[in-house]
Design a protein around this ligand. Structure first.
Ligand code: DX5
Ligand code: ZN
Length: 216
C-alpha cells in the first residue's frame, strides 16, 4: 500500500508563529498544505485570506491544496490559482455549474477537486467524476475544525474508493482524521488525508513522521 499523503490543515496552525509552523510541517514531510477558504455564507465561519497565502508562499514551494467553502466558487478560481493553488476543490452544493468550474480549474493548470458534504451522495456528482483529479469526502460538516467524525460517511468513502480505480482521482478525507482513522480508511482506497486538530495537538512533525514510517 502506498504511503499516505498528508495535508496539514493550516486553519489549525498557530497563525502567530506561522513561519515556524510551515517550516516544521515541510521538514517533516507534509505533502500539501490544506488551505480552508470560508465565506461566512456557504459555511458559518470565515478564513483563510489572500494575505495568509502570500505569507506562506514566502517560506515554501510546497503545493497548496485549496478547499473553497464558498458560494459561486467559479468567480474566484483565477484569484486562487494566481495565489499558488495547485489543487482547487469546490463544493457542488455551492455551485450551479460545477462541470464548467472543474473545467476552468483544469484549463488554468491546477488539479480540479470536488468536495462532498456529509449529506451529499455520490449520485449527485457521478457525471463529473471524469473531470476530477481529486475528490474530498467531508467526514464532518464543513466550517470548523475539532468536530466529531461522522460515522455514516464511511459507506460513501468505500464507494468513492472503488470508483477511484476507474477514474484515477486521488481520494482525500477531511474532518477529525487521526492515525487510527488513516489505518481504517486507507484500505478503502483513501490516498490523501487532511489532518487538523489531531496533528497540532502536539508537535505536528512527530505525527507526520510516524505516519510516513508506518507505511514506508
Ligand atoms: C473543516 C475543514 C477542515 C478542518 C479539519 O471545515 O474543512 O479542513 O480544518 O480539522 P479537523 O481535523 O480538526 O477536523
Ligand atoms: Zn478543509
Amino acid at each position: 500500500m502506498s504511503i499516505p499523503k498528508i495535508h496539514p490543515s493550516i486553519l489549525c496552525a498557530d497563525h502567530g508563529n506561522i513561519e515556524n509552523e510551515i517550516k516544521r510541517l515541510v521538514n517533516a514531510g507534509a505533502d500539501y498544505l490544506h488551505m480552508d477558504v470560508m465565506d461566512g455564507d456557504f459555511v458559518p465561519n470565515f478564513g483563510l485570506g489572500a494575505e495568509m497565502f502570500a505569507h506562506i508562499k514566502k517560506y515554501t514551494d510546497i503545493p497548496l491544496d485549496v478547499h473553497l467553502m464558498i458560494r459561486n466558487p467559479a468567480h474566484h478560481i483565477r484569484f486562487f490559482r494566481e495565489l499558488g493553488a495547485e489543487i482547487i476543490t469546490v463544493h457542488p452544493e455551492a455551485d450551479t455549474h460545477i462541470a464548467g468550474t472543474l473545467a476552468l480549474i483544469r484549463e488554468l493548470g491546477a488539479i480540479p477537486g470536488i468536495a462532498l458534504n456529509p449529506g451529499t451522495s455520490v449520485e449527485m456528482i457521478k457525471e463529473v467524476l471524469p473531470l476530477c483529479g481529486h475528490v474530498l469526502a467531508m467526514t464532518v460538516n464543513p466550517g470548523f475544525a475539532g468536530q466529531e467524525f461522522l460515522e455514516f460517511t464511511v459507506g460513501k468513502i468505500e464507494i468513492l474508493g472503488q470508483l477511484s480505480k476507474k477514474f484515477g482521482y486521488s481520494l482525500c478525507v477531511d474532518g477529525n482524521i487521526n492515525p487510527e482513522r488513516i489505518r481504517r480508511l486507507q484500505p478503502m482506497g483513501v490516498t490523501n488525508f487532511v489532518i487538523g486538530t489531531a496533528l497540532f495537538r502536539q508537535d505536528p512533525a512527530v505525527m507526520i513522521r510516524k505516519i510516513k514510517e508506518e507505511y514506508a
